[in-house]
Design a protein around this ligand. Structure first.
Ligand code: NDP
Ligand code: MN
Length: 398
């Protein structure tokens, strides 16, 4: 039985040099763009100038908003919204990692939905009893040009924004924020340095694994999730060790895209709920690194109780995709933990929370936040987790 599905409708331009082919299509969406690049890298690497040149050749005017840092904040998005409104922009283009694309999505919402009652992107967030303002098809068209292979944000209906004051890091959800056009140019993602390749690739792996083990039956997204795990098991360390390996880069970009589609339907589970609390309180911690520190402990927790045959079988399948073998399903399932540790070692992210500037005293509040802000991920986790369990998992991740 397939419950609610997002139908995977994405307008995707994928391949080496694909950015060069998109000017004419972009022109159909608007002629006055706000460009939201990753703060320094896109200019430094020449991709920002290349994009502006493509837009100019199609007579598309552009303004650049160069303020996006990792884990984008309410203030940054609100500033971008103001700039888009002041300049009457009718198109928003994110070029960068998940942070730039999520900011572009947030700006596209705010630019057309602000009114006397709605004056910040935070008004669209649903937390506790507060319902987010409605997002409609009035949203500006968005073009997402991804420069990392991890978040899947170029194909997802989520925009993740951090509130610096309250340390909350929720995802805004709307089917209207799936980008109008999504560009994956292998020349751009191939510029990622090693460490970024590792942490973003691990994020994609978590999307694939978490959506696969999430409670519920989702046979269509499982196809995407499993293919993604397979591609990552075969290519992440290659892309990490040799950034010029175009085949590995292409496969990682594909894995990222497939995993993004998988979470669009089946969502993420406990590791993401916990990781958002970490980066909410510690914005200097990269999303993928937060995941790297807690995922193994969550997997152990999920597999400790072996009462769910389905869960055991799912983790056994993941282990197999990493080349593990065994006839006893439970043993094989446990080998998935080994496999994830091995890949972390290969790409230099076998880290714990002790390696990060994180205060153990924050565990309780991070736990409460995970339950308040990312509750649906906890509810879909294959093993029911109480607050005391989550506290223990954080503790064991140190
Ligand atoms: P970021 O977008 O945060 O990028 C991290 C840094 O990497 C940037 O600040 C940029 O540095 C640099 N960078 C980006 N691309 C390149 C490149 N090709 N070459 C060199 N440097 C580069 O990283 P992620 O892609 O991991 O995005 C993480 C964010 O996405 C988090 O906020 C996370 O929560 C969110 N997310 C969103 C999802 C969604 O569905 N919307 C799903 C999962 C995560 P510089 O400043 O120097 O330019
Ligand atoms: Mn993620």
């Amino acid at each position: 039985m397939i419950s609610k599905n997002n139908l995977f409708q994405v307008n995707l331009q994928f391949g080496r040099g694909s950015l060069n082919k998109t000017g004419e299509e972009i022109k159909a969406y608007g002629d006055n763009a706000l460009i939201v690049p990753a703060k320094n890298s896109m200019k430094r690497l020449g991709f920002l100038d290349k994009l502006i040149e493509i837009l100019e050749s199609e007579k598309i005017n552009s303004t650049v908003f160069e303020k996006v840092e990792q884990n984008p904040t309410v203030e940054e998005v609100d500033e971008g919204i103001k700039l888009a409104r002041d300049n009457n922009c009718n198109l928003i283009i994110g070029i960068g990692g998940g942070s730039s694309i999520d900011t572009a999505k947030g700006i596209a919402i705010g630019a057309t939905h602000f009114n006397e009652d709605i004056s910040t992107i935070w008004d669209f967030v649903t937390i506790d009893e507060k319902r987010g303002a409605q997002i409609t098809n009035k949203i500006l068209p968005t073009v997402a040009i991804t420069s990392t292979s991890g978040t899947g944000s170029h194909v997802t209906p989520y925009s993740v924004i951090t509130n610096k004051k309250t340390h909350e890091k929720p995802g805004i959800y709307s089917p209207y924020i799936v980008p109008t056009l999504s560009i994956v140019d292998i020349n751009i993602v191939s510029s990622m340095p090693k460490e970024l390749t590792a942490v973003t690739g691990f994020d994609a792996l978590c999307h694939a694994m978490e959506s696969f083990v999430a409670i519920g039956e989702h046979p269509i997204s499982d196809l995407y999730a499993l293919k993604s795990v397979e591609l990552i098991s075969e290519n992440l360390d290659k892309a990490y060790n040799n950034g010029d390996d175009i085949n590995a880069r292409t496969n990682m970009a594909l894995a990222d895209t497939l995993a993004g589609l998988a979470i669009s339907t089946s969502r993420s589970v406990l590791p993401h709920s916990m990781a958002h609390s970490i980066s909410g309180h510690y914005p200097m911690v990269q999303h993928g690194m937060a995941l790297a520190c807690i995922t193994l402990q969550v997997m152990k927790f999920n597999l400790e109780s072996n009462d769910s045959k389905i869960t055991v079988e799912k983790y056994a399948k993941i282990a197999e995709l990493f080349g593990k073998k065994g006839t006893d399903k439970k043993e094989l399932a446990l080998k998935s933990i080994e496999a994830i540790l091995e890949i972390q070692e290969k790409i230099g992210i076998q880290k714990t929370l002790s390696d990060l500037p994180i205060d153990k005293g924050k565990i309780e509040i991070m736990t409460n936040d995970a339950f308040r802000i990312m509750k649906s991920g906890i509810e879909r986790n294959p093993r029911k987790a109480e607050k005391s369990d989550v506290i223990k998992i954080y503790e064991e991740s140190f």
